[in-house]
Design a protein around this ligand. Sequence first.
Ligand code: SF4
Ligand code: SF4
Length: 443
Amino acid sequence: MFPRKSGVKLPHLKSTAAMPPVRLGVPAEVIIPMSMSIGKPAVPTVKPKDHVNVGTLIAESAGPVSAPIHSGVSGTVKKVDTILSSNGSYCQAVVIESDGLQTVDEGIRPPVVTDYASFIEAVRNSGIVGLGGAGFPTAVKLDVKDTSKIEYLILNGAECEPFITSDNRTMLDTPDDIKEGVRLFEKYLDVKKIIIGIEGNKPEAIKKMTEVFADDAGVTVKTLPESYPQGGEKVLIYTTTGRVVPAGKLPLDVGCVVVNVTTIATIARYVKTGMPLVEKCVTVDGTAVKKPQNVIAPIGTPVSELLKFCEADEEAIGKVLYGGPMMGIAIPDPDTAPVLKTTNGITVLNEKDGYKPEATQCIHCGRCALHCPMNLSPLEISRAYENKNVELIRDLRVDICFECGTCSYVCPARRPLVEINKLSKVLVRELNAKEKQKEAEKK
Ligand code: SF4
Ligand code: SF4
């Protein structure tokens, strides 16, 4: 059964939970990648020497699963360049020199939203993607055509990764935006049952959401167990509704739509002001950070600016990650890696915590399988990977692994299980494509 009650107890390390966000000064330059969400990279609409303002469209979406991009600073386009992203692939980026004035684009005005279609169109134009880290264009997720299929709207306030507290701050600092977002969903998507799932380690947020929604009988605030990974979409659906999303199916197939709490607040702000997604609240924390903080920065701000602002100890840094220590992606060069639409945390670990010990022989303890929330057997997948048996990897359903990192975390032999799963997924995709091509050639 996928998923199941499992997971692991982690230290929360949420030292910034009580800290309202502070604004970073305007960076001298922003590097805005055209690929910041799942789907096709956006297509730049600006060229060198163009002047842009805050909220100016700088790239349009390149198809149904893509999202437009807007500038978070006012200034001049320096270049449209190719950059190496942290996932190892090259993508285009618009580099803008800021003039420091933060002049707002004069075309910014609230969208006219009167019905389901205009609401979806507004979400599409806002450039909003899943802000919990998934990066799926939100308009695509909500464009369900038949809204009667949505039985539950589940707001993801789990924020189960250690260190990160930006969603917690959204719930505490801008609860009215979340409430307005819920009202929009109730009105335009005809959602009647809303569950806000929050991990039990955020009592203040649970209290705030309970107070704010006390007058809405459709909303339930559910305290989630303090067991990682409560924020995984399928895990959250199971914990809040008892429903199981079958392998290969979508949440909507079991009547659910899951939206992150910061995403819904950002939608509400866009509908109110017309300002698209141009900045992010990012938790900067970790064992090499002297002054952990929640920082609001324009999208495209070099990560190194945030590290300076939070007094990361350059001598001590062993590893810098986009996201938390469980699912985070390593940043090779913080000077060239920017804050992305999906960045909710930057974790900076010292040499000791960033060190990855040598893997030793598997001792067949079974912990990786026991703790996997998707009921997978990471050990068997890694064996099949070593034997280059891609059919078996596929049969072992590596496709439903959502890379939560629990298996690697609990493995006493420090086997690189999640890394092997990522590589295995690539092999399965290649095999599927080959088979599809063969089928097509037969016809
Ligand atoms: S990374 Fe994948 S295989 Fe490992 S515990 Fe998480 S879901 Fe299971
Ligand atoms: S947790 Fe590690 S040592 Fe234990 S069975 Fe899995 S791979 Fe082997």
